[in-house]
Design a protein around this ligand. Sequence first.
Ligand code: ARG
Length: 577
Amino acid sequence: MSLIISTEKYLCELINNLGYQVDSVKLEKSKLPEFGQYQINVAMMLAKKYGENPRSVAEKIVAALDDRFTNVNIQGPGFINVTLNNSVLLDYLNAGIANFDIFVDKPEKARTVVLDYGGANIAKELHVGHLRCNIGEAIRRLLNVFGDKTISDVHWGDWGTPIGLVIREIKEMYPDLVYFDPDYKGEYPSDSPVTNEELGVIYPRASKRKKEDEKYAEEAKAFTDQFQRGVPGIKALWRHIVDTSKPDCEAVYDFLNCKFDLSYGESDADPYAEDTIKFLSDKGLTEMSDGILIMHVGEETDNKEMPPLLLKKSNGSILYDTTDLATIKQRMEDFNPDAIWYFVDERQSLHFEQTFRGCYKSGLTPETTDLKFYGFGTINGPDGKPFKTRDGGVMSLKGLIKLVYDHIEPKIKDSITGEERVEIAKKLTVATLKYSDLLPYRKTDYIFDVDKFTSFEGKTGVYAVYTATRLKSLLSKIDHASDKMLSVPNQDVLDILIKLTELPKCLTSAYNEVTTNYICEFIYDLCSLYNKFYANNNIGNEEDEDTKSTYIALSKLVYNTLSNLLNILGIEEVDKM
Ligand code: ARG
């Protein structure tokens, strides 16, 4: 249990033993540190409740406190100021050197949570927005630290119109391919007729033509219907496109340290679609409207428009709403999870609201299953508009990665060369991309400022990794084993210790609010405090043995804590840079 929480529990018990009934007591960080580190502000409330003088209530509390506090004093009407005894701080934090868990206030019951993030669309290149898969990945790691079981699923967009469009364009390029011959009875070729590089130009071309040519668009849709219905040639071509495109997206997710337990796509939910629709229809919840089977999810209390779920077109093909409902059915059957959480662009919030309503209303999921949409904001360019390339085109995620790499690589020491240099530059690129993506509150749009984000100073991934690297190298050079802080020699040390006592609260906030910004802020504060301590104190040459031991143990504590926090963000350290 964290020190602050255990101290609050102690206070709560103590006050109850004095005959005052309280459910909880807060140990608040003091705004006036000259009076003490923390304030206890219950006396006024208790005095009112029990009709006593606040100052005398405060005095009674103070008289009962044990020696875990020093410098106890009462200010004003009854504000109690206390400072934690150094030995209490040290005992607690010494245990944190080898055990990060002391900072994690785990809930009593662990959950099983399915996490849906990534969501790349097959046959389309990943764009800047896909960088935000980092959020789902960091939350996965955070939940694991808190003891929850997670199942991460990339949920490929492999069942919709983009592939139909690509097929239409391939037909334009190679009309004689056997896939398009309805009378063809033989085996289909095992090699794809197009490469991934070709897909990179085919999709944009097809997407442009669709906008200009209605007939073309119709034909593309017809191809979507055909692979969904399993028309052999078109389905075989669909498979080639999926198999060609997927490894390229996977490589980018891999580069970003995103680990998916499941590599399912919308297509994997297709076998569940009929049953899902039947389930809803059997409950009398569906109806036909303009040739489409729909389900109303609006409620009288709605103060905004709530469109119905679109389930099935007259030609039998299914839609985005259907695949998500069917996927939920599949996930319930496979894992019966406590929660299914989605990390998707904020602009899809309505779709998920409709979908979740459909689930609860029909009983596809019980009320106790926590379906949540955790939307994220957009990544913008310096002009505040969606990020573009120099010539105004769509910025691909690979393009963004290269942009960062080209800024970072020249900043690495000249003495690091060859393959090692490339590997370090790659890790720093990922650190940069992740930290800047995880620093803002999840829902906030942010401007991608490559100069700022690749700076060695300020709130950046490289600053954090740089600090970890410096610590690692320091610890590797010191031949003085110390796993225990013995005293608090100066204010620089105390500042770090106090900061570390705040880590449990930071982690709990990130965990409860499902956002990583707290962790990024904490990392920055911890690095700044450590670097200040490092600049002011000469660890290697410290003459007092006890102080030296304390400095070394403190450095280990900071290093291990920082490593754990970076790992939650999915950021890897380097040995030098
Ligand atoms: N492929 C979708 C898109 O690009 C995102 C998928 C999000 N996840 C989901 N279960 N719908 O818009």
